[in-house]
Ligand binder design. Structure first.
Ligand SMILES: [Zn+2]
Length: 479
């Protein structure tokens, strides 16, 4: 039983056949070895369904990128422990101060929060997709010399790009919290950049408890660097633009699409080349059309059937934790299966329907490893489905080299799928060499060797072919 889902067309969905086709130009142009899907979340207790959806989709996008492009993707989760844990107002000046979770909690408590609220879902998603993940706190990231140096470099252009970060008042909101107590002015009204040279920067600011203080920032040490959300993303994306070992894909909820024009304006001023691609995941909307937010918990009446319950606090899900993860996984897969389902928003009503009307698939311990999903274009999908195409060709990325005879491969095209079993795997140095052994008509019964080579070379540039070629002989399972 599959939930029916109807989605209208839109500009982006109309331009692509597969939700992740938007990544193809960057994947093809990239010489990086891996694709890193980057997800950042403010950590503040129970994540809600919107957060879980972004995280689930990051793993599924990585899985499909592996299967469609052959890359070896990973998911990098950034826990934003610089989110405010407490705020206070100075009665004399009326200025707002804040202290981040990093400074408000005892050492180790952030990790406890991550273990309790985040790792169980990540472990389940990683196990079901075979995609590895890492967890990094913002505090760890701002402590790296690369991040600190990147931040310092932006300061040289501060007068030019601060208007992009804060078009209202041109304030860059650089928070260098008090070294003694960790409190900082929320909007950094009294923070001054006193000195900037090749070795670092000197800031002056005011603490709620300790008055005016100075703090050095250099690549290898000094004050904690806390930045406004937009500024932090500018620094992070510049850092990724410099890294040619991995293609970074920023995974963000679609409400970010508004904010990115300011990030892009800042990049233009700073001359950032090759900013990382971004993917915006569906927004979850309350019935009034506003984004589902934790503030709704406060506003909803206990016992109100429309009080969002488990959507805001997944521990209230009326079933097992495994069942919740299974439904989340299936719902996210359904969204990703068609660009019209992916590049849109969902109300809590519709999301609730999708999450509860389909039973999670039963998984028996006796069944072999779950099938690997491989997205494939319609023309090839149809040939596999009718049994006339029995050899699938892929570049020999590491993920493809793991395929063994007996493995199950589920070829997918939009909402159609075709389950196959691997009979034989062969490796070749080039596509041409491959056709010396493999039957041309088994790869594609409708095209000559010359036509097929031309089509293959149009998709895979020489540097991809140089990794080697894998031919996978398949047979349909229960046709
Ligand atoms: Zn202080």
């Amino acid at each position: 039983m599959t939930a029916q889902l109807t989605s209208p067309n839109n500009v982006l969905a109309n331009a692509v056949e597969d939700s992740l086709d938007v990544l193809r130009p960057r994947v093809l142009a990239s010489t990086a070895n891996t694709v890193e899907f980057v997800v950042g979340t403010q950590i503040n207790g129970h994540p809600h369904i919107g957060t879980h959806l972004v995280q689930s989709l990051a793993f599924l996008m990585a899985e499909q990128t592996r299967d469609a492009f052959g890359a070896d993707p990973v998911v990098s989760f950034f826990a934003l422990d610089n989110a405010p844990a407490e705020t206070a107002t100075d009665p004399d000046t009326g200025l707002t101060y804040q202290r981040a979770w990093r400074h408000a909690l005892a050492p180790g408590e952030i990790d406890t929060m991550l273990t309790e609220h985040y790792r169980p879902l990540f472990d389940a998603l990683s196990a079901s997709t075979g995609i590895p993940y890492t967890v990094t706190t913002y505090s760890e990231q701002q402590d790296t010399p690369a991040y600190r140096a990147e931040f310092l470099r932006t300061l040289e252009h501060l007068d030019d790009f601060r208007w992009w970060l804060s078009p209202t008042d041109g304030s860059a909101h650089i928070r260098i919290p008090c070294p003694q107590c960790g409190w900082a002015q929320k909007y950094a009204e009294e923070t001054r950049l006193i000195e900037l040279d090749d070795s670092g920067a000197l800031f002056s600011s005011v603490c709620l408890n300790h008055g005016r203080y100075e703090a050095d920032v250099d690549p290898f040490g000094g004050g904690y660097i806390d930045l406004s959300t937009l500024y932090r993303n500018v620094v992070k994306e510049r850092l990724y633009a410099r890294d040619d070992t991995a293609l970074h894909v920023m995974v963000k909820g679609a409400d970010w699409s508004y904010g990115c024009q300011l990030v892009d304006g800042a990049h233009a001023v700073l001359g950032t080349a090759d900013t990382p691609p971004r993917i915006f995941t569906p927004q979850v909307l309350a019935p009034d059309g506003g984004k589902l937010s934790k503030s709704l918990i406060r506003d909803s009446e206990p016992g109100d059937p429309d009080s969002f319950g488990w959507m805001l606090d997944p521990s209230l899900w009326p079933g097992s934790a495994a069942g919740y993860v299974g439904q989340l996984d299936q719902t996210a897969r359904l969204m990703l299966s068609d660009p019209r389902h992916f590049y849109r928003s969902y109300t809590t009503t519709e999301l609730g329907r999708l999450m509860t009307t389909r039973p999670a698939p039963r998984r028996h311990n006796s069944t072999p490893a779950r099938p690997r999903n491989m997205a494939i274009y319609r023309q090839y999908f149809d040939l596999i489905a009718d049994g006339s195409k029995t050899v699938e060709i892929r570049v020999a990325y590491d993920s493809m080299k793991r395929i063994r005879p007996g493995d199950l491969i589920n070829f997918t095209c939009r909402e159609d799928s075709c389950l196959t079993r691997v009979k034989r795997v062969a490796t070749y140095r080039t596509f041409k060499e491959m056709f010396g052994t493999e039957k041309v008509e088994a790869v594609n019964p409708k095209a000559t060797e010359e036509e097929q080579l031309k089509a293959i070379h149009a998709i895979f540039p020489p540097e991809k072919e140089a990794l080697g070629v894998i031919a996978i002989e398949i047979e349909r399972v229960n046709p």
